[in-house]
Design a protein around this ligand. Structure first.
Ligand code: UDP
Length: 239
């Protein structure tokens, strides 16, 4: 089957990497990283160009100034470093299974990552390498969802895929409301008017203004990523 999308940006949350583990000293579950890597390989094998943004919420989030006593901006930089740890874990696993990768960081870390250079990233993608964008946008007060939207637009990705633990966007929180139903497709405007939380507002607005479609899908189900890329209609498409 011919893939529907040629170039994708996959956004994975940091928390998803933890699996069931709730222990801060054990931030990722190797089985989950392995499953993600295998799923990514299946789409790169089809010739799809894959860029990746990973969150850091399993290790550190900067927003809790009041609880931590750490100033917001300082904590946000800590959060950006957390995304680099996840990015390196993902990179190691991808390389282990034979996927070529490049890690680009929005904060200079010469020994471990290339600096973010848009045109270079695009060149890597053309050569079939998975490009992992680490350290978010490089700026405090942003999220990795915003980094994902921004990079997706910059590299002219066809779509941003938000891999989560739920299989799409629902009329209400399916964990709280058993009558909630899933949207197959929904417009940006409808998400806003119904106050559906797809991404934070900054990230969402970037997608909307630049007409970048978003697909929310369950990344923890092996094989889902491939189905999404083939255009088989799983998850929720926002456009
Ligand atoms: N962060 C930031 N700027 C960015 C991206 C991330 O300051 O451009 C910080 C912020 O503190 C955030 C943390 O990094 O809480 C981890 O990222 P995020 O919460 O987006 O991760 P996820 O929820 O996807 O695991």
């Amino acid at each position: 089957m011919l893939p529907k999308y040629k170039r994708i940006l996959l956004k994975l949350s940091g928390e998803a990497l933890m699996g069931e583990s709730k222990n801060g000293f054990d931030p990722f579950n190797p089985q989950i990283i392995e499953q993600y890597a295998n799923d990514i390989k299946r789409v790169t094998d089809l010739g799809v160009q894959v860029a990746l943004v990973i969150g850091g919420g399993n290790i550190y989030r900067g927003m809790n100034e009041h609880d931590s006593g750490i100033e917001r901006a300082h904590g946000d930089y800590m959060g950006m470093l957390a995304t680099m740890i996840n990015a390196m874990a993902m990179q190691a696993m991808l390389e282990k299974i034979g996927v070529f990768t490049r890690l680009q960081s929005a904060i200079k870390m010469e020994q471990i990552a290339e600096p973010y250079v848009r045109r270079r990233a695009m060149r890597h993608l053309e050569k079939g390498r998975v490009v992992i964008f680490g350290a978010g946008t490089g700026n405090p007060y942003f999220t990795t969802d915003t980094a994902g939207s921004l990079r997706a637009i910059e590299i002219q990705a066809d779509v941003i895929l938000k891999g989560t633990r739920v299989d799409g966007i629902y009329t209400a929180d399916p964990e709280k409301d058993p009558t909630a139903t899933r949207y197959d497709e929904i417009s940006y405007q409808e998400c806003i008017s119904k106050n559906l939380k797809v991404m934070d507002m900054t990230a969402f607005t970037l997608c909307m203004e630049n007409k970048l479609p978003i697909i929310v899908f369950d990344m923890n189900k092996p094989g889902s990523l491939l189905k999404v890329v083939e255009g088989s209609g799983i998850g929720t498409l926002v456009k």
